[in-house]
Ligand binder design. Structure first.
Ligand SMILES: Nc1ncnc2c1ncn2[C@@H]1O[C@H](COP(=O)(O)OP(=O)(O)OP(=O)(O)O)[C@@H](O)[C@H]1O
Ligand SMILES: O=P(O)(O)OC[C@@]1(O)O[C@H](CO)[C@@H](O)[C@@H]1O
Length: 321
């Protein structure tokens, strides 16, 4: 069991709504809805705690609707180290249609003051000392600039702890200046960082290698139903998930991050880590919420993932059978 700190600077209550097919500008009748304490870092924390790790969660939480989070943290068995800020934590709406399409409506988040930021910096410094990894996931709330975000990450890095970051846009660019241990952009986030569209696996491989050149040890590029590309200084791998029936892809990326970190913390071989993380994230898309390690067919999902080590200087080519 490892000690991990999961950071959500901009957590959210996820309002997940299931509809047959969304009709814009019309009255839609949902067949299911639920409200969950979420946000990328909290989702990662939930999976890591379920996998047996000692997890603390932090970031900024609005005082006005903190109850749902406090109940969830107690149920997940994670320690609450969130800094409270005035106002409400945002509610993000996720509309899932029968064909697997998901529409996200994400809010900006509660305003964070300079004082709250300084408080969080201290929490991060204290929590990072003596833990095995810090995972920082999601967007920046109003009041936190990309530069200030970079400073927070540097403070964590200075504690000599493994730093995993899953964010996008200017926040990802700021994070990369601190050479995090791992990042997990999806295809779109990577091409935004690269400043050009990335067509095909070879372009993705080059861009992923550029992340390694920036000092990132593990660059995981998630590709939705097409799986993941992992680039390290030791080589590149890709993994393809089994075909599953898609209900909601909302927490798949966070499940992937938590599962990959679990493998890394356990010192697993790369292929074992990739298979586990790919299978668990595929499990996650079969329902609303994060992946369930206790799924009855989890071993089958793992067996049905396809893995391939890619050879430097040679095209990836077709997937092995
Ligand atoms: N349709 C799918 N079928 C099977 N597995 C999937 C599917 N979509 C996603 N996954 C799994 O989840 C992983 C992460 O998915 P994705 O690339 O959508 O992450 P993301 O865009 O970062 O998501 P998030 O918005 O949660 O951060 C993929 O690498 C894959 O293993
Ligand atoms: O607006 P952000 O911070 O980029 O993403 C927030 C969010 O979409 O990410 C999680 C899924 O990954 C959800 O729980 C949450 O609503």
């Amino acid at each position: 069991m490892a000690r991990v700190v999961a950071v959500s600077l901009n957590p959210a209550l996820d309002l997940s709504i299931g509809v047959e097919a969304l009709a814009l500008g019309e009255v839609n009748r949902s067949h299911a809805s639920r409200l969950d304490a979420a946000g990328k870092g909290n989702n990662v924390a939930r999976v890591l705690a379920a996998l047996g790790h000692d997890v603390a969660v932090t970031g900024f939480l609005g005082e006005a609707n903190q109850g749902a989070f406090e109940r969830a943290f107690a149920a997940w068995g994670v320690r609450d180290a969130f800094v409270r800020v005035p106002g409400e934590t945002r509610v993000n709406v996720k509309v899932s249609e029968q064909d697997g399409r998901v529409t996200d409506l994400n809010g900006r988040g509660a305003e964070v003051s300079a004082q709250a930021l300084a408080e969080l910096e201290q929490v991060l410094k204290d929590e990072a000392a003596g833990c095995d990894a810090v995972v920082v996931s999601g967007s920046l709330p109003p009041g936190v600039s990309a530069d200030r975000f970079g400073e927070l990450l540097r403070a964590v890095k200075a504690r000599g702890v493994a730093l995993w970051v899953d964010t996008s846009g200017p926040a990802l660019a700021a994070a990369l200046k601190c050479a995090p241990t791992a990042v997990k952009p999806n295809e779109h986030e990577l091409s935004e960082w690269a400043g050009a569209p990335l067509e095909g696996i070879e372009a993705l491989r080059r861009a992923a290698r550029a992340l390694n050149d920036e000092g990132v040890a593990n660059a995981f590029i998630t590709l939705g139903g097409d799986g993941v590309l992992l680039s390290t200084s030791q080589g590149q791998w890709r993994a393809r998930p089994p075909r599953v029936s898609v209900v909601s892809t909302v927490c798949a990326g966070d499940t992937f991050v938590a599962a990959a970190l679990h493998g890394e913390l356990g010192g697993w071989p790369v292929d074992e880590t990739l298979r586990f993380a790919t299978a668990l994230s595929a499990e996650a898309v079969r329902h609303v919420g994060v992946g369930e390690t206790t799924a009855a067919d989890f071993e089958v999902l793992k067996t049905n993932c396809v893995l391939q080590q890619l050879t430097d200087g040679q095209p990836a080519g077709e997937w092995p059978a």
